[in-house]
Design a protein around this ligand. Structure first.
Ligand code: UTP
Length: 302
């Protein structure tokens, strides 16, 4: 059976970002810079690299910086042009030339599941990708293409899973799987959002990349608020996992073992920025020297 291809990506950016206040009071957390680019630009670049150039942002109250970033800035372009600063001009134009970008408002931030539900009119009856700005996947370890290939082969929905230290599983959605992985692909039988360490069914965490069958929309419509009073995508996936394939059911997972950076809270965000900056040719060597000296001073207690 041939399944319809994946063309569209949905990027939810309407959360309150409370872990990053006050920075996120008037700016979506997805706009926080990782070195010199907003986190969300990395995510859009990843989607485009996987052939998805129709991007829908689900936005909340402070969507202005997002819209401006992915739009032209003629004034700035003119200034750079007049200075013949072509390098910076290219950087400014990069984000507005990336993809066809669309926006939809979530209204109230009722949860990730609800954010996906408001994308339904734009997505229609096609499978689609969801990418969360909290998770950055290193361009050297792409996973989205593989997830799309799994969807094309089996239909249903596909999750990106990562083995995490068991004591940290309560920070993530977690899955139960059936049997052993075949080529790194597992069949997901159940899901639970942020379980206790003791009751967690596995150490496989769901990270922020999904390929979803459009059947998810009908399920989300019926999904009651779950953990934290939010409409959880995990709860809808739980239902999809038990539905028959001819109704868009079935959930598979691919176990990702590449480089991923979490930018969702302050500490992991700083770690992501330092890791990525250290690898950059332009600033990496100097930063590493400085870090080295800084750590030595800290250890010596100066
Ligand atoms: P998070 O739970 O990590 O984001 O949602 P948050 O609620 O903004 O962050 P904290 O916990 O308060 O700091 C994961 C993703 O889903 C989006 C967020 O923007 C983030 O990209 N989201 C979440 C929505 O778009 N709408 C929602 O109602 C909730």
């Amino acid at each position: 059976m041939a399944f319809e291809g994946v063309r569209k990506a949905v990027v939810p950016a309407a959360g309150l970002g409370t872990r990053f206040l006050p920075a996120t009071k008037a700016t979506p957390k997805e706009m926080l810079p990782v070195v010199d680019k907003p986190a969300i630009q990395y995510v859009v670049e990843e989607a485009v690299a996987a052939g998805l150039d129709d991007i829908l942002f689900v936005t909340g109250r402070s969507k202005r910086p997002l819209e401006d970033h992915f739009d032209r800035n003629y004034e700035l372009e003119q200034v750079l042009e007049s200075k013949n600063d072509l390098e910076r001009l290219a950087l400014v134009r990069e984000s507005s030339d990336l993809a066809r970008i669309h926006y939809v408002r979530q209204g109230d931030p009722l949860g990730l599941g609800h954010a996906v539900l408001v994308a339904r009119h734009h997505v229609g009856h096609e499978p689609f990708a969801v990418l969360l700005g909290d998770d950055l996947i290193d361009t050297r370890d792409p996973i989205l293409n593989r997830m799309i290939a799994i969807r094309n082969e089996f239909g249903g929905s596909v999750l990106c899973l990562m083995q995490v230290p068991r004591e940290t599983i309560s920070l993530y959605g977690c899955v139960s799987v059936e049997g052993e992985p075949v080529d790194g692909v597992v069949t997901v039988t159940d899901l639970v959002e942020k379980p206790d360490v003791v009751s967690a069914p596995s150490d496989l965490a769901i990270i922020g990349r999904y390929i979803l069958d459009p059947a998810v929309f009908a399920v989300l419509k019926e999904t009651a608020p779950g953990r934290g009073g939010e409409i959880q995508l995990t709860d809808a996936l739980r239902v999809l996992a038990t539905m028959p394939p001819d109704q868009g059911g079935g959930v598979r997972g691919v176990v990702f073992d590449g480089r991923r950076y979490d930018t969702g809270d302050k500490l992991s965000y700083l770690q992501a920025v330092i890791t990525l900056a250290s690898e950059r040719e332009d600033i990496g060597p100097e930063l590493k020297d400085w870090l080295h000296n800084f750590c030595q001073r800290e250890i010596a207690g100066d």
